[in-house]
Design a protein around this ligand. Structure first.
Ligand SMILES: O=P(O)(O)OC[C@H]1O[C@](O)(CO)[C@@H](O)[C@@H]1O
Length: 433
């Protein structure tokens, strides 16, 4: 990916960062890069994620999914990083696959039931993913999916792939039923695991080019260097950090490609769960171009000066002509294509923010394919790791999510948890209809 940070410079944006400030910050980037390189070399927890282009084995993944490789449908049962990597890849590349891929991450009963009713279970692959093997949503949804297969008279053990840690309930299940299984790699937090079996099993079932995904990531890894001016990922991570420090407390991720909508959700977990610590961290917002020009753009352009807008664009892509029209005021559309319209809208929106002095950055892909997607995922992961070094936070842990898990378990009778007791102490001021 290429990065253009020109519209985030203090000469054109407020908040903005001056070139001189970036040059001073580059000294910290060099130190951070040394730390990252050492962590990668030692396979340290978290930094190991940036080794995945060399660690992930496409042949092993293809061999494992072979029993369900021709599936008409794929359901990934997981949550957070155990679902979003797979969902991002399969959505971004859906046009190139005949397999209908969905994720069951949430436990909304109507939503889960509606999805299950639509699946051709006899020709559906089930991709169950959980590092811990104990995540309530994932286990609950798996039990519901398994029951649906049994009710339909389909042998779920013939349709299920498990990706989990070396031990835990899912590992036990895979051994008890001799299910094809892969391991979540050690030292790779879920939100950084898209380029491992966690995200790549789904890609394999859908017939995507695993080597191209990893090659794109490897090419991005090659750019990691001691200067933000030589490394697109570090340029993005450092600029986001510097803008947050100058008041851009939020970062709106706005891909101009419908196929990258889930990528924004993946980015939101990566950025929030990695950097949101010690009262620090930049809040990720999920948006989509051109759609959000008709909604959130008003706030981005005329609301508080507390946001960075990150655009993701692709140079090439499928196009479609707009038919001629006799509606005089719309005749200009008949000479264009939908792709030209989308590109014009992106450039107009980018310029609209620049004209209002609102900082924005452009992430440029050549096209949305496996190679470019691998580079984007790896690049954002590296940007996040760098930002975590600059913030001085523990990028790779997520202790703040545990309180609600304990409360949930306590509320369901899964043990005695003071967190569950606290739920009953909610302060109330009800205003009823
Ligand atoms: O893979 P697991 O253990 O089911 O965890 C799923 C997700 O839950 C979290 O641990 C947060 O609760 C994420 O970091 C992770 O991606």
């Amino acid at each position: 990916m290429d990065v253009d940070i020109g519209n985030a410079l203090a000469s054109v944006a407020s908040p903005g960062v001056s070139r001189e400030s970036l040059e001073r910050l580059d000294e910290q980037v060099a130190d951070a890069h040394e730390r990252i390189e050492a962590g990668m070399a030692d396979g340290e927890h978290g930094y190991e994620a940036l080794n995945l282009p060399d660690r992930t084995d496409p042949d092993e993944i293809r061999r494992t999914v072979e029993p369900v490789a021709d599936a008409e449908a794929l359901v990934t049962v997981g949550i957070g990083g155990s679902a979003l990597g797979a969902a991002t890849i399969t959505e971004a590349l859906a046009a190139e696959s005949d397999t209908e891929a969905i994720s069951l991450d949430n436990v909304d009963p109507a939503w889960v039931s509606n999805h299950l009713e639509r699946l051709p279970l006899e020709n559906t692959a089930v991709n169950v993913v959980s590092r811990s093997g104990t995540t309530a949503e994932t286990l609950a949804n798996f039990l519901v999916v398994r029951e649906a297969f049994e009710d339909a008279g389909v042998d779920w053990t013939e349709r299920t792939i498990v990706t989990t840690g070396e031990s835990g309930p899912l590992r036990d299940l895979s051994e008890r039923h001799d299910l094809p299984s892969l391991s979540v790699p050690d030292g790779v937090p879920g939100r950084f695991s898209a380029l491992s079996a966690v995200g790549m099993v789904a890609a394999a079932v859908c017939g995507h080019d695993l080597e191209a995904l990893l090659s794109g990531a490897a090419a991005e890894a090659e750019t990691l260097s001691g200067s933000l001016f030589d490394c697109p990922a570090y340029a993005y991570g450092a600029t986001s950090y510097a803008l947050d420090a100058r008041g851009a407390r939020m970062n709106a991720m706005v891909p101009y490609a419908e196929s990258l909508e889930t990528y924004s959700e993946w980015f939101a977990q990566l950025w929030a769960e990695s950097l949101g610590k010690d009262d620090l961290g930049q809040t990720p917002l999920r948006a989509l171009g051109a759609t959000d020009q008709h909604s959130q753009l008003q706030l981005y352009r005329a609301g508080p000066r507390d946001k960075l807008v990150t655009f993701v664009t692709s140079e090439e892509g499928t196009d479609r002509s707009i038919p001629e029209t006799d509606v005089e005021d719309l005749a200009y559309l008949g000479d264009a294509t939908l792709g030209e319209l989308l590109d014009a809208e992106f450039e107009a929106t980018e310029a609209s923010l620049a004209a209002a002095g609102r900082p924005n950055v452009r992430l440029e892909l050549e096209r949305v394919d496996e190679y470019e997607l691998g580079g984007l995922l790896y690049g954002m992961e590296a940007a996040c790791v760098l930002a975590g070094e600059l913030y001085g936070v523990n990028t790779f842990e997520q202790p703040a999510v545990e309180w609600a898990k304990k409360a949930t378990r306590g509320l369901l009778g899964g043990g005695e948890f003071e967190e569950a007791d606290a739920v009953a102490e909610k302060s109330e001021l009800r205003v009823e209809r």
